[in-house]
Write a protein that binds this ligand. Sequence first.
Ligand SMILES: O=C(O)CCC(=O)N[C@@H](CCC(=O)O)C(=O)O
Ligand SMILES: [Zn+2]
Length: 336
Amino acid sequence: MLALGKLLELTLAGREPAEKTQLTVEGVRMRWLSEGALEVRPPEARDNGLDLLLSAGIHGNETAPIELLDRLLHDIARGDLKPRARILFLFGNPEAIRKGERFVEQDVNRLFNGRHEQSSGSEALRACELERLAASFFSLPDRDRLHYDLHTAIRGSKIEQFALYPWKEGRQHSRQELARLRAAGMEAVLLQNKPSIVFSSYTYDKLGAESFTLELGKARPFGQNDGVNVSRLETRLKQIIEGSEPALNEVALDGLKLFSVAREIIKHSDNFRLNLPADIENFSELDVGYLLAEDIAQTRWIIEEEGARIIFPNPKVKNGLRAGILIVPTTDENLA
Ligand SMILES: O=C(O)CCC(=O)N[C@@H](CCC(=O)O)C(=O)O
Ligand SMILES: [Zn+2]
C-alpha cells in the first residue's frame, strides 16, 4: 500500500509525510496537501468529471466516519478501489481527533461562512484552512461537485441515519441527490430553510456543491463502532468513486422521510434551561403546548407545531449557539 494511504496514522501522529505525492500502478495520484488533507486524482483518461469532497472528524470524537474514510483511502492506496472521480479527503479537526474530543476550544462546525474571521485560536484557523482547501478543490470549471460531511451524534436516535441538506436563496433541493442518499442508507433528510455556519452550508452556498451533513449513528471511541452500520453508505461511496452507481429511484424516494426546520432553539444566556430528559433520543416527538425551554427575560419555547420533533438538544452549547432544532414533517413538492 502507498504510504499516503495512511493519512489517518500521519494525522494522529501529527506528522508530515516524507513524500508528498505518490502514484498507484494504475496512475492514480495521491497528494498530501496539509494536515489531514489529501487529494486523489484519477488518470485524465479515466476521469468522469466528478469532484467529491469527503470530510470527517470535524468533531474529534466522531470516529466511525473517520474509520470509514480511512478504509476508503487504504483501498485506493492498495489499488483495490480505482477512482474515476477526483476526491478530497479531509479530517476536519486533527487536534480534537488526537484528544478524542468533540472540540478543543470551540466547535469548528460553527465557524464557517465567515464566522472564523470574528474569532481566534487554532480552531478558527482550521476552519479558515478547511474553507481554503475546499474552495481550491472546487475551483475547476464544468465539473460536478458533491460534498458529504460525515458525523455521528451525541445521543441515540429514533431515526438512526439521516442527512441535513443546506439552504441557499433561489436554489432548489435536488430530488436526484435525495434518491442517492436513500440508496446510501439514509432514512430521513432535514431540508434546511435558512443560511447556516456549518461546513456543508459553506460548500453548498459559496462553492456550488451539492452538500450534506450525514449523521450515521452515535459517537463512540476508535475501535468501538460495531453498532454503527455504515455498510450501505460505504458501498454507495465506492460506487460513486468508481463511477459505477446503479440507477436511482427518484420517483418514490423509496420511503425517505422529509422534515423541515420549524425553529432553531438558540441559547441566549447561562439561565437557559432545556426541559428534556438527559437521555432523550433525536427525533423524539413533542406535544403541542409542551414547555421545551426557558431563558432570560422570560423567554419561553412552547411547542405550537403539530408533529414536532427535536434533534440535537444540547443545553451545554456556548451562549448564542443552537441548543436544538425543532423539526416538522414536510413533503417532496418543492424539489427540483
Ligand atoms: O448530536 C449532536 O447534538 C450534534 C451532532 C452533530 O455534530 N451534528 C452536526 C450537524 C451539522 C448541521 O447542522 O448540518 C453539528 O451539530 O455540527
Ligand atoms: Zn458532529
